[in-house]
Write a protein that binds this ligand. Structure first.
Ligand SMILES: *[C@@H]1O[C@H](CO)[C@@H](O)[C@H](O)[C@H]1NC(C)=O
Ligand SMILES: *[C@@H]1O[C@H](CO)[C@@H](O)[C@H](O)[C@H]1NC(C)=O
Ligand SMILES: *[C@@H]1O[C@H](CO)[C@@H](O)[C@H](O)[C@H]1NC(C)=O
Ligand SMILES: *[C@@H]1O[C@H](CO)[C@@H](O)[C@H](O)[C@H]1NC(C)=O
Length: 335
């Protein structure tokens, strides 16, 4: 079950090798471990997009850990288990978030790499090409080719969902939410031209949202994720809402199949690390409070000394000088 653990590392090492090898051959794609045949095919068609996928994976991982810092489940281990394997065993809300943000990361980074000119198969979105109509603005610059990014992310990430069971449908749905979110959050940016910024003429382009924004929106979707089940409707498997199957599922909702465990105790079979040893906050009332994070087991207190800047002075002009002081503080960790 844990055999995928080192795949990301291997993958990243391969990516580094790809960067070094100037004449890239599909032979290298055939040597990356854990790819499905379809992923291998995509790799040999566009090895440069694979580099972007690796960056997207990093971005998704950092953002997931940022959004879940101080939660019992903190997204720390899932990303080590491989880009290409099943990243979580339980079809929980947390799995829904993980798949969505990984998929958003892939779409975002491939699209960004297209715009930078790093992928030979794509570039700027030419449907937003300069028009010469007598408008007060026109498309100009490089619009993000989000459709290419979404398509590539879909082909690559959906390719591993081959079992055709309920979990497959859940993953495919959440993957789609992640990809589409990037598109829905595209911004239009403009630049003014004209005498001393008079803005007689504007050129505008579509640009990618900051990834932090995607993380924040997905976090809100995580909190409102819908419990679903999968049912045969006229011979077609469909994702339906759990309690009230007549209410339709909205396209942009995250879905999960199983209630989350409490993540309190370590359970290797389910890939749960437990919260023993986690740093908690005694005065806060949020998820990071010792009460909640330690699941009522209590906490240990220890004195920590650290060096910090202190007695900072502003000196005209423009310099700040500080002393280095040692300070004591208490650190609390879950029993
Ligand atoms: C992507 O493009 C930028 C600028 O064009 C370049 O500096 C960078 O090295 C490229 N990265 C990769 C991974 O090809
Ligand atoms: C679904 O919920 C609505 C109101 O919440 C209720 O009127 C309806 O009967 C429910 N349908 C089913 C199939 O449970
Ligand atoms: C996340 O949780 C794991 C296991 O409980 C812990 O080892 C790790 O330090 C935590 N990460 C952060 C950023 O708190
Ligand atoms: C603990 O939580 C309180 C209240 O939310 C906050 O003011 C404080 O900075 C936190 N302490 C640490 C070490 O994060």
């Amino acid at each position: 079950m844990w055999k995928n653990r080192n795949k990301l590392l291997i993958f990243l090492l391969w990516i580094m090798e790809i960067r070094l090898v100037s004449s890239f051959t599909s032979a290298i794609c055939s040597r990356i471990p854990g790819l499905t045949p379809q992923q291998r095919q995509l790799c040999s068609e566009s090895p440069d997009a694979l580099i972007a996928l690796g960056e997207g994976h990093q971005m998704g991982s950092h953002e997931c850990q940022h959004q879940f810092r101080g939660h019992r489940w903190n997204c720390s281990q899932v990303w080590q288990e491989g880009v290409f394997g099943h990243v979580m065993f339980v079809g929980s809300r947390e799995a829904a978030f993980t798949y969505a943000i990984a998929s958003a990361g892939a779409a975002h980074s491939v699209t960004a790499a297209c715009a930078r000119g790093n992928i030979s198969l794509c570039g700027c979105d030419m449907r937003h090409k300069p028009n010469s109509d007598s408008q007060s603005w026109k498309w100009g610059g490089c619009s993000a080719d989000i459709n290419f990014g979404m398509k590539f992310a879909r082909k690559f990430l959906d390719a591993r969902e081959i079992e055709g069971d309920a979990r497959t449908l859940m993953n495919l749905h959440n993957n789609r939410v992640g990809r589409r979110l990037v598109k829905n959050l595209l911004k239009t940016e403009c630049k003014c031209h004209g005498v001393s910024g008079s803005c007689e003429m504007k050129t505008c382009w579509k640009s990618l949202p900051p990834f932090r924004q995607i993380g924040e929106v997905l976090m809100r979707k995580y909190k409102r994720a819908k419990h679903v089940h999968v049912k045969d409707v006229n011979g077609l498997k469909q994702v339906l809402r759990e309690r009230n199957s007549s209410r339709e599922l909205k396209r942009m909702e995250l879905v999960y199949l199983q209630k989350s465990p409490d993540y309190c105790e370590r359970n290797v079979q389910q890939g749960i690390l437990g919260t023993t040893g986690r740093v908690c906050n005694r005065t806060s009332s949020g998820t990071e409070s010792c009460d909640k994070l330690c699941c009522g087991r209590g906490y240990n207190t220890r004195q920590v000394r650290r060096r910090a800047q202190c007695r900072c002075k502003f000196r005209w002009c423009c310099d700040v000088t500080c002393d280095v002081c040692e300070e004591n503080y208490e650190e609390f960790t879950c029993k």
